[in-house]
Design a protein around this ligand. Structure first.
Ligand code: PMP
Length: 312
């Protein structure tokens, strides 16, 4: 298993701003941009996977990422932003220009640029930075979590369902608190004390063979990986439900995993030192990891509609 790539910058040939390719050190944003001064910035984290046998790079669920990106900009009242086809072409162009032949993470951003007060709606700029990012070591090894004392953001305050960078202040607090307390991550609860999500991913618990994940109204991001796992589970006849989850269900689960574009499907071995099952990655988690890996790399016929070849 490879270790995390430490300095991906060296491997980036070009980044994209507003459709223009340029070296990273030429890609600048003004300190007066509302994207910086008022956090008027939304983003997507997208993965693409290299298939050595087929000599191809596949972007995973690009259309769904672009739909969410557009929804994020709509909800924050950005106006005159580029259409999804333009951004899609920019992403393909960026990957081809970098000529990557390994697993890649793509960070797409849309932000209010130039100068302006808090409530401006234009001009919107977009940026794309892609860089090598191998699978995390914790995919195999798992992580130990705690329940955070930081409450998850609420839909009526700073809607977590969209990927706004401002939401990550909440995630950042939970993440730092967990690490300072000796854990790998913190699971946040909703205002009503139900399980919401982790700082950068959603939670599934498994009990008596049934997968359960927090409902979409539990202060979570509309996660594409969560949706993929629900669909994969249905395809392979696993029982899956979405509903509110109590905190104590975390403590008596047989298996738990964390999921998202970055983490993919990452076993959670314990929560607050209470072991999930025997504290090792569980059988259903491992089955889903295997299926997910086949699918994202273009080795599964059932979910071909989710992958987009870059070089063909
Ligand atoms: N929740 C949060 C807060 C996240 O940052 C992420 C990662 N983007 C997810 C969930 C998972 O979303 P996705 O599967 O679309 O990457």
């Amino acid at each position: 298993m490879k270790t995390e790539f430490k300095n991906p910058r060296d491997k980036i040939k070009v980044v994209t701003i507003n459709g223009n390719l340029m070296p990273l050190d030429k890609a600048k944003v003004s300190i007066t941009a509302p994207g910086l001064s008022y956090a008027a910035l939304v983003f997507e984290g997208i993965r693409s996977y290299w298939n050595d046998r087929l000599n191809e790079l596949y972007i995973f669920r690009l259309d769904e990422h672009l739909t969410r990106f557009t929804n994020s900009m709509k909800l924050l009242k950005f106006s005159k932003f580029p259409d999804t086809n333009t951004i899609k072409n920019d992403i393909f162009k960026n990957l081809r220009a970098n000529n990557y032949q390994e697993d890649i993470y793509i960070r797409l951003q849309g932000y209010l640029d130039d100068w302006g007060e808090m409530a401006v709606r234009t001009p919107v700029s977009t940026s794309i930075v892609s860089y090598p990012r191998p699978r995390a070591v914790a995919f195999m090894e798992g992580k130990n979590f705690t329940v955070s004392s930081w409450q998850r953001l609420d839909d009526n305050a700073s809607p977590p369902r969209i990927k706004a960078s401002a939401n990550y202040l909440n995630s950042r607090l939970a993440s730092i608190q967990a690490k300072e307390s000796g854990y790998d991550g913190g699971i946040m609860l909703t205002r009503n004390g139900k399980v919401s999500e982790g700082p950068g991913g959603c939670i599934f618990i498994i009990r008596n063979g049934i997968l359960t994940t927090s409902s979409i109204t539990s202060g979570i991001l509309e996660s594409i990986t969560r949706d993929s796992i629900i669909e994969i589970s249905k395809k392979y006849k696993l029982k899956v439900e979405t509903r509110e989850i109590d905190r104590t269900e975390l403590y008596i689960a047989d298996e738990i995993f964390y999921c998202g574009t970055g983490q993919e499907i990452m076993p959670i071995l314990s929560v607050d030192k209470m072991l999930a099952g025997n504290g090792k990655p569980g059988e259903i988690t491992t089955f889903l990891q295997d299926k997910f890996t086949e699918i994202v790399r273009g080795n599964n016929k059932e979910f071909q509609q989710w992958i987009n070849p870059v070089y063909q």
